[in-house]
Design a protein around this ligand. Structure first.
Ligand SMILES: NC(=O)c1ccc[n+]([C@@H]2O[C@H](COP(=O)([O-])OP(=O)(O)OC[C@H]3O[C@@H](n4cnc5c(N)ncnc54)[C@H](OP(=O)(O)O)[C@@H]3O)[C@@H](O)[C@H]2O)c1
Length: 289
């Protein structure tokens, strides 16, 4: 039997790089990794040409405009990359009979809930990035109802820029740090997300639609930072502060925890507790430093 062919876009981001690591150990699928330089997804003609030429079984879109604060000033660009380009990829996949898997965000919710959000709960983004990602979800499902939208939250890895790497660095340089204690969510290790994406890619007959994925547990950024300090035995005191002491151009939801029952039931995925995954990532950071 022919190997399944998976194209990954935005392949130099956190999730793309974790998919590369995962692909190294997989023999029954062929991956093509396309960075932003290889395939800028706002070049619709090129997207169409590449996909028509390669005819993949699956496209995993890891490309996104992820600068949450900058999106407030570059709204059109955020909507082009996170919205329109996603719709184009989904449509081309539909024409070719390729499965389209797309990553979205907890920031489609406004954070006023106190119980984990389900896939069917109303969305109401509080910032431009969240609104642009919601546009991408809607376009993907409008042009290709078989698309799988995987919403995730607080992603970190040994690659790229993220909260964990920033904390590890700052904790090596400073004696004290202030971290916000009034935003709650569930961290997601990009390696676990990559595993989930691969499992989904292999499940040809699973229903399209929206699924939630994160590691298990609910914490604030302050609790996350404190745990990082514990794991690396940092000589640094972490202080809890309110978000109001760190004004940012984009508002963030105060609570963006997602219910992951659906993905567990449909794909039989195990959700790892956030602390175990954090430990794995810190080990990877320390061995690659
Ligand atoms: N990070 C989080 O906390 C978080 C939370 C929830 C959901 N998500 C979603 O998870 C997905 C993956 O995020 P991530 O953390 O891996 O982000 P990331 O590290 O910023 O990776 C995104 C990648 O997309 C590439 N890219 C940007 N514009 C592009 C374009 N026009 N064409 C092609 N590629 C382009 C970037 O290229 P450059 O390297 O050249 O910039 C980067 O390599 C995204 O859909 C994001 O919205 C992330």
């Amino acid at each position: 039997m022919d190997k399944m062919h998976i194209i990954v876009t935005g392949a130099n981001g956190q999730v793309g790089k974790e998919l590369r690591d995962l692909a190294d150990g997989i023999g029954d699928a062929e991956f093509t990794f396309l960075s932003r330089e290889d395939l800028p997804i706002e070049n619709f003609e090129l997207v169409r040409t590449v996909l028509q030429f390669r005819k993949p079984d699956v496209v995993i879109n890891c490309a996104a405009y992820t600068a949450v604060d900058n999106a407030e000033s570059f709204r059109d660009l955020a909507f082009l990359i996170n919205g329109e380009a996603v719709g184009v990829m989904a449509a081309v996949c539909s024409e070719l009979g390729s499965r389209f898997i797309h990553i979205s965000t907890d920031y489609v919710f406004d954070g006023t809930s106190h119980i984990p959000y389900r896939e069917t709960d109303p969305t109401s983004p509080v910032n431009t990035y969240g609104a642009s990602k919601l546009e991408g979800e809607e376009q993907a499902l409008r042009f290709n109802s078989d698309s799988i939208i995987l919403r995730t939250s607080w992603v970190y890895s040994a690659y790229g820029k993220n909260f964990v790497k920033t904390m590890v660095k700052l904790m090596g340089e400073r004696k004290e740090l202030n971290v916000v204690d009034d935003q709650f969510g569930s961290p997601t290790y990009a390696a676990d997300l990559a595993n989930a994406l691969y499992r989904i890619a292999r499940s040809k007959h699973a229903p399209g639609g929206i699924y939630h994925f994160s590691n298990g547990g609910v914490i604030s950024w302050y609790q996350f930072a404190q745990t990082i300090a514990q794991i690396i035995a940092a000589d640094c005191v972490v202080h809890p502060v309110p978000s109001s002491s760190y004004p940012t151009p984009a508002r963030r939801p105060a609570y963006s925890v997602m219910n992951t029952d659906r993905i567990r039931e449909v794909f039989g995925l195990e959700i790892h507790p956030w602390r175990k995954s954090l430990e794995k990532c810190i080990k990877k950071i320390s061995t690659s430093a």
